[in-house]
Design a protein around this ligand. Sequence first.
Ligand SMILES: Nc1ncnc2c1ncn2[C@@H]1O[C@H](COP(=O)(O)OP(=O)(O)OP(=O)(O)O)[C@@H](O)[C@H]1O
Length: 258
Amino acid sequence: MAKSLTIEDLNVFYGDFHAVKDVSLKIAPKSVTAFIGPSGCGKSTVLRTLNRMHEVTPGAYTTGSVKLDGLDLYGKNVDPVGVRTTVGMVFQRANPFPTMSIRDNVVAGLKLSGVRDKAKLDEVAEASLRGANLWNEVKDRLDKPGGGLSGGQQQRLCIARAIAVSPQVLLMDEPCSALDPISTLAIEDLVAELKSSYTIVIVTHNMQQAARVSDQTAFFNLSAAGKPGELVEVGATSDVFSNPVRKETEDYISGRFG
Ligand SMILES: Nc1ncnc2c1ncn2[C@@H]1O[C@H](COP(=O)(O)OP(=O)(O)OP(=O)(O)O)[C@@H](O)[C@H]1O
Protein backbone atom coordinates (compact mmCIF):
# COMPACT_ATOMS: atom_id res chain seq x y z
CA MET A 1 0.00 0.00 0.00
CA ALA A 2 1.51 3.33 1.07
CA LYS A 3 5.06 3.80 -0.13
CA SER A 4 7.99 6.10 0.53
CA LEU A 5 9.22 8.74 -1.91
CA THR A 6 12.86 9.69 -2.22
CA ILE A 7 13.72 12.77 -4.27
CA GLU A 8 17.39 13.26 -5.08
CA ASP A 9 19.02 16.27 -6.75
CA LEU A 10 15.83 17.09 -8.59
CA ASN A 11 16.01 19.95 -11.07
CA VAL A 12 13.01 20.95 -13.16
CA PHE A 13 13.08 22.91 -16.40
CA TYR A 14 10.35 24.39 -18.58
CA GLY A 15 12.32 24.55 -21.82
CA ASP A 16 15.17 26.99 -21.11
CA PHE A 17 13.72 28.13 -17.82
CA HIS A 18 15.26 26.49 -14.75
CA ALA A 19 12.22 26.42 -12.42
CA VAL A 20 13.50 24.34 -9.47
CA LYS A 21 17.04 23.59 -8.36
CA ASP A 22 18.64 20.68 -6.49
CA VAL A 23 15.79 19.38 -4.37
CA SER A 24 16.50 16.36 -2.17
CA LEU A 25 13.79 15.14 0.14
CA LYS A 26 12.54 11.94 1.80
CA ILE A 27 8.88 11.29 2.38
CA ALA A 28 7.93 8.44 4.71
CA PRO A 29 5.07 6.05 3.97
CA LYS A 30 1.75 6.91 5.65
CA SER A 31 2.81 10.44 6.42
CA VAL A 32 1.63 13.90 5.33
CA THR A 33 4.22 16.30 3.92
CA ALA A 34 3.25 19.94 3.32
CA PHE A 35 4.97 22.06 0.67
CA ILE A 36 4.87 25.73 1.63
CA GLY A 37 6.51 28.88 0.25
CA PRO A 38 5.77 32.06 -1.66
CA SER A 39 4.10 32.13 -5.06
CA GLY A 40 6.30 30.93 -7.91
CA CYS A 41 8.87 29.09 -5.77
CA GLY A 42 8.07 25.78 -7.47
CA LYS A 43 5.84 23.91 -5.01
CA SER A 44 3.35 22.76 -7.67
CA THR A 45 6.16 22.06 -10.11
CA VAL A 46 7.90 19.71 -7.66
CA LEU A 47 4.56 18.10 -6.77
CA ARG A 48 3.82 17.41 -10.43
CA THR A 49 7.18 15.74 -10.94
CA LEU A 50 6.20 13.17 -8.31
CA ASN A 51 3.80 11.55 -10.78
CA ARG A 52 5.33 12.90 -14.00
CA MET A 53 2.34 15.17 -14.53
CA HIS A 54 4.70 18.00 -15.55
CA GLU A 55 5.36 16.00 -18.73
CA VAL A 56 2.02 17.14 -20.14
CA THR A 57 3.67 20.59 -20.51
CA PRO A 58 5.63 20.55 -23.79
CA GLY A 59 9.35 21.08 -23.18
CA ALA A 60 9.23 20.37 -19.44
CA TYR A 61 11.87 17.95 -18.14
CA THR A 62 13.73 16.94 -15.01
CA THR A 63 17.18 15.81 -13.96
CA GLY A 64 17.91 13.86 -10.79
CA SER A 65 15.64 11.10 -9.51
CA VAL A 66 12.33 10.38 -7.84
CA LYS A 67 12.03 6.92 -6.32
CA LEU A 68 8.94 5.16 -5.04
CA ASP A 69 10.16 2.57 -2.54
CA GLY A 70 13.40 2.44 -4.50
CA LEU A 71 11.79 2.23 -7.96
CA ASP A 72 12.95 5.10 -10.18
CA LEU A 73 9.77 6.67 -11.55
CA TYR A 74 11.82 8.01 -14.46
CA GLY A 75 13.36 4.62 -15.27
CA LYS A 76 13.58 3.49 -18.90
CA ASN A 77 10.69 1.03 -18.85
CA VAL A 78 8.39 2.96 -16.55
CA ASP A 79 5.07 3.99 -18.11
CA PRO A 80 4.00 7.50 -16.99
CA VAL A 81 0.32 6.52 -17.17
CA GLY A 82 1.01 3.69 -14.69
CA VAL A 83 2.90 6.14 -12.46
CA ARG A 84 -0.19 8.40 -12.34
CA THR A 85 -2.31 5.47 -11.18
CA THR A 86 0.13 4.59 -8.39
CA VAL A 87 0.67 8.23 -7.48
CA GLY A 88 -2.75 9.90 -7.68
CA MET A 89 -3.45 13.61 -7.79
CA VAL A 90 -6.15 15.98 -6.58
CA PHE A 91 -6.17 19.46 -8.06
CA GLN A 92 -6.84 22.96 -6.81
CA ARG A 93 -10.26 23.18 -8.43
CA ALA A 94 -12.51 20.17 -8.13
CA ASN A 95 -12.75 18.77 -11.65
CA PRO A 96 -15.42 16.05 -11.73
CA PHE A 97 -16.92 15.16 -15.10
CA PRO A 98 -19.98 17.40 -14.60
CA THR A 99 -22.62 15.48 -16.55
CA MET A 100 -21.38 12.02 -15.57
CA SER A 101 -23.13 10.36 -12.61
CA ILE A 102 -21.55 10.48 -9.16
CA ARG A 103 -20.96 6.71 -9.31
CA ASP A 104 -19.39 6.83 -12.77
CA ASN A 105 -17.16 9.74 -11.76
CA VAL A 106 -15.67 7.59 -9.01
CA VAL A 107 -15.07 4.52 -11.17
CA ALA A 108 -14.09 6.35 -14.38
CA GLY A 109 -10.44 5.30 -14.02
CA LEU A 110 -11.34 1.65 -13.39
CA LYS A 111 -13.65 1.57 -16.41
CA LEU A 112 -10.91 3.09 -18.51
CA SER A 113 -8.59 0.30 -17.43
CA GLY A 114 -11.17 -2.25 -18.64
CA VAL A 115 -13.11 -3.27 -15.50
CA ARG A 116 -16.68 -4.08 -16.62
CA ASP A 117 -18.06 -6.17 -13.72
CA LYS A 118 -20.92 -4.03 -12.34
CA ALA A 119 -20.83 -5.58 -8.88
CA LYS A 120 -17.10 -4.86 -8.64
CA LEU A 121 -17.57 -1.27 -9.87
CA ASP A 122 -20.39 -0.68 -7.35
CA GLU A 123 -18.28 -2.13 -4.56
CA VAL A 124 -15.30 0.13 -5.38
CA ALA A 125 -17.59 3.17 -5.78
CA GLU A 126 -19.04 2.64 -2.30
CA ALA A 127 -15.68 1.94 -0.65
CA SER A 128 -14.08 4.99 -2.28
CA LEU A 129 -16.97 7.31 -1.41
CA ARG A 130 -16.85 6.03 2.17
CA GLY A 131 -13.08 6.58 2.16
CA ALA A 132 -13.62 10.15 1.01
CA ASN A 133 -16.28 10.77 3.69
CA LEU A 134 -18.93 11.40 1.06
CA TRP A 135 -20.99 8.21 1.05
CA ASN A 136 -23.67 9.31 3.50
CA GLU A 137 -24.28 12.51 1.58
CA VAL A 138 -24.62 10.91 -1.86
CA LYS A 139 -25.71 7.30 -1.37
CA ASP A 140 -29.29 8.12 -2.42
CA ARG A 141 -28.28 9.99 -5.57
CA LEU A 142 -25.44 8.00 -7.07
CA ASP A 143 -27.01 8.28 -10.53
CA LYS A 144 -27.26 12.07 -10.40
CA PRO A 145 -24.59 14.20 -12.14
CA GLY A 146 -21.36 14.94 -10.27
CA GLY A 147 -21.70 18.60 -11.28
CA GLY A 148 -24.75 18.90 -8.98
CA LEU A 149 -22.69 18.59 -5.80
CA SER A 150 -21.39 21.51 -3.73
CA GLY A 151 -17.76 22.61 -4.17
CA GLY A 152 -16.63 20.76 -1.04
CA GLN A 153 -18.54 17.63 -2.06
CA GLN A 154 -17.04 17.82 -5.58
CA GLN A 155 -13.55 17.99 -4.10
CA ARG A 156 -14.30 14.91 -1.96
CA LEU A 157 -15.71 13.24 -5.12
CA CYS A 158 -12.37 13.91 -6.81
CA ILE A 159 -10.58 12.38 -3.81
CA ALA A 160 -12.88 9.33 -4.10
CA ARG A 161 -12.02 9.14 -7.81
CA ALA A 162 -8.30 9.30 -6.98
CA ILE A 163 -8.47 6.54 -4.35
CA ALA A 164 -10.71 4.28 -6.48
CA VAL A 165 -7.69 3.11 -8.47
CA SER A 166 -5.82 2.09 -5.26
CA PRO A 167 -2.90 4.51 -5.36
CA GLN A 168 0.01 4.35 -2.95
CA VAL A 169 0.60 8.08 -2.83
CA LEU A 170 -1.86 10.98 -3.03
CA LEU A 171 -0.68 14.38 -4.24
CA MET A 172 -2.89 17.34 -3.38
CA ASP A 173 -2.30 20.72 -5.02
CA GLU A 174 -4.00 23.36 -2.84
CA PRO A 175 -7.10 21.16 -2.53
CA CYS A 176 -8.94 23.64 -0.29
CA SER A 177 -8.15 26.92 -2.01
CA ALA A 178 -11.60 27.15 -3.60
CA LEU A 179 -13.49 25.92 -0.53
CA ASP A 180 -15.29 27.58 2.38
CA PRO A 181 -13.96 27.03 5.95
CA ILE A 182 -16.38 24.18 6.77
CA SER A 183 -15.55 22.23 3.59
CA THR A 184 -11.87 22.96 4.23
CA LEU A 185 -12.09 21.37 7.68
CA ALA A 186 -13.88 18.36 6.16
CA ILE A 187 -10.97 17.89 3.73
CA GLU A 188 -8.40 18.35 6.52
CA ASP A 189 -10.16 15.71 8.64
CA LEU A 190 -10.19 13.46 5.60
CA VAL A 191 -6.44 13.94 5.04
CA ALA A 192 -5.84 12.88 8.65
CA GLU A 193 -7.87 9.70 8.02
CA LEU A 194 -6.35 8.94 4.61
CA LYS A 195 -2.88 9.06 6.15
CA SER A 196 -3.47 5.63 7.67
CA SER A 197 -3.58 4.18 4.13
CA TYR A 198 -1.69 6.55 1.86
CA THR A 199 1.44 8.66 1.70
CA ILE A 200 0.24 12.23 1.18
CA VAL A 201 1.94 15.35 -0.17
CA ILE A 202 -0.05 18.58 -0.02
CA VAL A 203 0.74 22.03 -1.40
CA THR A 204 -0.83 24.78 0.67
CA HIS A 205 -0.65 28.54 1.08
CA ASN A 206 -2.38 28.23 4.42
CA MET A 207 0.16 28.04 7.25
CA GLN A 208 -2.43 26.89 9.78
CA GLN A 209 -3.45 24.14 7.43
CA ALA A 210 0.14 22.97 7.01
CA ALA A 211 0.57 23.01 10.79
CA ARG A 212 -2.72 21.13 11.34
CA VAL A 213 -2.45 18.38 8.75
CA SER A 214 1.21 17.60 8.15
CA ASP A 215 3.91 15.60 9.89
CA GLN A 216 6.69 17.07 7.79
CA THR A 217 6.95 20.54 6.23
CA ALA A 218 9.14 21.54 3.30
CA PHE A 219 9.69 25.28 2.83
CA PHE A 220 10.60 26.41 -0.70
CA ASN A 221 11.82 29.85 -1.69
CA LEU A 222 13.34 31.89 -4.52
CA SER A 223 16.71 33.54 -3.88
CA ALA A 224 15.74 36.27 -6.38
CA ALA A 225 13.15 36.91 -9.11
CA GLY A 226 13.91 34.81 -12.18
CA LYS A 227 16.11 32.39 -10.21
CA PRO A 228 15.07 28.77 -9.69
CA GLY A 229 13.08 27.80 -6.61
CA GLU A 230 14.98 25.96 -3.90
CA LEU A 231 14.12 23.80 -0.92
CA VAL A 232 15.28 25.94 1.99
CA GLU A 233 14.34 23.77 4.93
CA VAL A 234 12.55 20.52 5.63
CA GLY A 235 11.79 18.92 8.95
CA ALA A 236 9.12 17.79 11.38
CA THR A 237 6.26 20.27 11.12
CA SER A 238 6.40 21.07 14.84
CA ASP A 239 10.11 21.97 14.51
CA VAL A 240 9.73 24.00 11.31
CA PHE A 241 6.92 26.06 12.84
CA SER A 242 8.22 26.45 16.37
CA ASN A 243 11.96 26.42 15.86
CA PRO A 244 12.94 26.99 12.21
CA VAL A 245 16.62 26.65 11.41
CA ARG A 246 16.76 29.27 8.65
CA LYS A 247 15.86 32.91 9.03
CA GLU A 248 13.97 32.89 5.69
CA THR A 249 11.72 30.16 7.03
CA GLU A 250 11.04 32.12 10.19
CA ASP A 251 10.27 35.28 8.21
CA TYR A 252 7.86 33.39 5.97
CA ILE A 253 5.95 31.51 8.65
CA SER A 254 5.69 34.57 10.84
CA GLY A 255 4.17 36.47 7.92
CA ARG A 256 7.05 38.89 7.48
CA PHE A 257 7.18 38.16 3.76
CA GLY A 258 5.62 36.01 1.03
N1 LIG B 1 3.63 25.19 -17.55
C1 LIG B 1 4.60 26.06 -17.28
N2 LIG B 1 5.35 26.57 -18.27
C2 LIG B 1 6.36 27.44 -18.02
N3 LIG B 1 6.70 27.87 -16.78
C3 LIG B 1 5.97 27.40 -15.75
C4 LIG B 1 4.89 26.47 -15.94
N4 LIG B 1 4.35 26.18 -14.73
C5 LIG B 1 5.06 26.90 -13.84
N5 LIG B 1 6.03 27.61 -14.44
C6 LIG B 1 7.00 28.51 -13.79
O1 LIG B 1 7.75 27.76 -12.85
C7 LIG B 1 7.94 28.50 -11.65
C8 LIG B 1 7.34 27.73 -10.48
O2 LIG B 1 5.93 27.70 -10.64
P1 LIG B 1 4.97 26.85 -9.68
O3 LIG B 1 3.58 26.96 -10.20
O4 LIG B 1 5.52 25.50 -9.48
O5 LIG B 1 5.11 27.67 -8.31
P2 LIG B 1 4.26 27.57 -6.99
O6 LIG B 1 5.20 27.71 -5.86
O7 LIG B 1 3.40 26.36 -7.01
O8 LIG B 1 3.37 28.89 -7.12
P3 LIG B 1 1.90 29.22 -6.59
O9 LIG B 1 1.99 29.17 -5.10
O10 LIG B 1 1.66 30.61 -7.11
O11 LIG B 1 0.96 28.20 -7.15
C9 LIG B 1 7.27 29.86 -11.87
O12 LIG B 1 8.27 30.78 -12.30
C10 LIG B 1 6.28 29.59 -12.98
O13 LIG B 1 6.05 30.75 -13.76
